[in-house]
Design a protein around this ligand. Structure first.
Ligand code: 6R9
Length: 653
């Protein structure tokens, strides 16, 4: 992570950014101070940024005590998310474009105004009601990146149904697991999705998922017609989206919801067990998502905002749908991938819609950077004012390329650190207020109290490195794990008492800037997507020839981390190229393409402690090629396996 001598280590705030921004450096410091010293007063004021049907009087009611973790914000207020994202903009912005949709193939495009979006959401909300969806029911959404994905989400919020968006790249098995856990009543999907020139058989995947014997909750499958492909049909269960829309009324009053009523569930991987259904609630989430969207992108009326995340990830929830729409923004939604059909696709879309703010992941930046200037060829990108990044640490080299080649040194970069569980950005520069250091997420957002603790949980002051924790609640914080509050407490509040454990390591420098160093638990981050090693391992050992599997991440130029799998085969099974290919296919089927192993190493023995715990630390080092310095191996049950592993190592370089 070293900068070469020609690279400045600090980029001062640009005067033009400070001039237009809601807050410059002085104002940031004042507001931050106020938010920490008097959180009740600060959030009482900023809670007003959304419309409340019934105003709140209680601001914050929080306990991080592991005997009784409870998180409530604005609890006696009532509101509705879809009202805030749509109805309240109609008078002034009814004819403004809400969403520019750009299809996978250039030339395929659509757009909707706020008025049109409001009408579609209202119709679809009525459609959901007609299919038996009531307040508090869970609706699974397994959709490609089409406007209707946002319509489906907003329609759920309009009637108080809880959505659970499942990334359309996930396999039928992964979808089934999430449906079982959430007891979803309805699945909304499409005939097919289209990404990078390839069709994804979403409806067929749903059909396959629903053959799972444990799924009893699903009553209806609503199918949006994206490609018009022939799909198998079960007339007692399947319903066409367009047929429902035709007969549904365009009037649907937004239901008055309590601030703490559940808004959505989003599954995320942890270090152990099955994915957790992280639950967010209504009022606090919307206040926090919309406020961060406005401040960290310095979003101003009339600007075009493009976050290219999929709605299957939290970034797509907070910065494709809820944050921007609550602020009445015009957004771009792209169906495809950043480098299809040409490597300058992102830049072309920027020019086409005069995008002012571009928010993408380091993995996409690195993939584009691999093509150098070709990635920006024949485009001007002159509309760009600000760049953002999220999902994993950005290496200074990629930062530099993004800054110089994409933004032509004109646009500040906001490197935003946050998590599914935090709802929205937590540690991030503000363009008018924060001098930038490439690779650092810089300083906390208002109301966020980060700290670094050692492994004993002692808070360390000043410049240091350790575990990143958050000492007090913020409105966008997840409230629980759906159906398993104990797991929520265990995962986030027991490692270090009285604090929220992020699972990330961080360094703080002498200026108080935070540098995220990556996960401290057994979670790997592939192309900005979190995956638990346990999840991959359990899918791997479900294969008939695999006895045991250990998964680690290793540094990967494009993806950030690649998936390196060590497998022990069942007795009598020989390792072969064909078997490795079969295992990769198996993983795509079990979890989805993002879980495809990059490297598989045949490992007749794995390094285990006497208590049987695999020492991944050693496997990580071997995968990364750091075989000389493996650290202490004395606690291994059989230290001999290490030599064998090194001898059989697959060179990733
Ligand atoms: C929003 C999102 C969360 C994990 C998080 C951390 C990593 C996210 C980052 C970053 C360094 C950044 N992460 N943003 N690391 N710098 N700017 O990505 O949510 O999918 O839950 O992942 O991603 O490790 O703990 P999620």
């Amino acid at each position: 992570m070293s900068n070469d001598a020609t690279t400045p280590s600090v980029y001062p705030v640009k005067p033009e950014a400070a001039e237009r921004a809601l807050c410059n450096e002085e104002q940031y410091k004042q507001m931050y101070q106020q938010s920490i010293v008097n959180p009740q007063g600060f959030w009482r004021e900023h809670g007003q940024r959304i419309d409340w049907f019934n105003p709140f009087t209680q601001v914050k009611n929080v306990s991080f005590d592991d005997h009784h973790v409870e998180i409530k914000w604005f609890e006696d207020g009532t509101t509705n998310v879809s009202h805030n994202c749509l109805d309240r903009h109609l008078e002034e912005k009814g004819d403004q474009i809400a969403i520019y949709w750009e299809g996978d193939e250039p030339g395929e495009e659509r757009s909707v105004t706020y008025r049109e979006l409001h009408e579609q959401v209202s119709r679809f909300a009525n459609a959901l009601k007609s299919q038996g969806v009531r307040q508090g029911d869970v609706v699974a959404i397994y959709m490609p990146m089409v406007i209707e994905a946002a319509v489906a989400m907003l329609a759920c919020t309009r009637i108080g149904a809880i959505h659970s968006v499942v990334f359309a790249g996930f396999s039928p098995e992964a979808l089934a697991g999430r449906v079982i856990d959430s007891h979803a009543k309805i699945i909304i999907t499409s005939d097919e999705g289209v990404r990078g020139g390839r069709k994804v058989p979403l409806k067929a995947n749903v059909d396959e998922a629903l053959t799972h014997p444990e799924i009893k909750s699903i009553e209806k499958v609503i199918v949006y017609q994206r490609t018009g492909a022939d799909v198998p049909w079960h007339s007692h269960r399947d319903v066409w989206w367009h047929q429902l829309m035709e007969v549904s009324s365009p009037y649907c009053q937004a239901r008055e919801m309590g601030a703490e009523d559940p808004l959505f569930i989003l599954y995320t991987s942890g270090s152990t067990g099955t994915p957790k259904g992280v639950l967010h609630t209504t009022g606090g989430y919307l206040v926090y998502a919309s406020m961060t969207h406005q401040y960290l992108f310095d979003y101003q009326d009339g600007e075009v905002f493009w976050c290219n995340a999929d709605v299957g990830w939290v970034t797509g929830h907070s910065y494709v749908v809820y944050g921007p729409l609550a602020n009445g923004a015009t957004i771009v939604m792209h169906e495809g991938i950043p480098n299809y059909p040409t490597v300058n696709r992102v830049s072309q879309i920027v020019d086409k819609y005069s995008v002012n703010i571009l928010y993408i992941a380091p993995t996409a930046i690195r993939a584009l950077m691999a093509h150098g200037d070709e990635a920006v060829a024949d485009t001007s990108r002159k509309s760009l004012r600000l760049l953002g990044t999220v999902g994993e640490p950005i290496n200074p080299q990629a930062w530099q390329w993004y800054y110089e080649t994409v933004g032509e040194k004109r646009c500040p970069i906001v490197d935003t650190w946050w998590q599914t569980e935090t709802g929205a950005a937590m540690i991030t520069p503000l363009p008018g207020a924060t001098p930038l250091k490439p690779g650092s997420a810089t300083r906390p957002f208002f109301g966020v109290l980060p700290a670094i603790v050692d492994n004993m949980g002692n808070i360390v002051e000043g410049a240091c490195e350790g575990n990143l924790v958050i000492l007090d609640s913020w409105p966008g914080q997840a409230r629980t794990v759906f159906g398993d509050h104990e797991r929520f407490v265990q995962t986030y509040f027991t490692t270090f008492k009285g604090m929220y454990t992020t699972g990330d390591g961080a360094r703080r420098d002498e200026d108080g800037y935070y540098w995220i160093t990556g996960r401290v638990d057994d979670v790997i981050n592939v192309s900005g997507h979190r995956m638990g090693t346990a999840e991959i391992e359990s899918a791997m050992v479900a294969h008939e020839n695999v006895a045991e599997a250990a998964v680690v991440g290793y540094p990967h130029d494009i993806k950030g981390q690649g998936i390196y799998v060590y497998i022990t085969l069942n007795k009598g099974v020989d390792y072969s190229f064909e078997l490795a290919t079969d295992l990769k296919k198996w993983m795509r089927h079990e979890i989805g393409p993002i879980a495809t192993p990059d490297i598989i190493q045949n490992a007749p023995g794995l390094p285990k402690t006497r208590s049987g715990k695999i020492m991944r630390r050693i496997l990580r080092k071997i995968a990364a090629g750091e075989c000389e310095n493996l650290g202490d191996t004395s606690t291994l049950a059989d230290p001999g396996v290490v030599d064998q592993l090194i001898a059989d190592r697959v060179d990733v370089g």
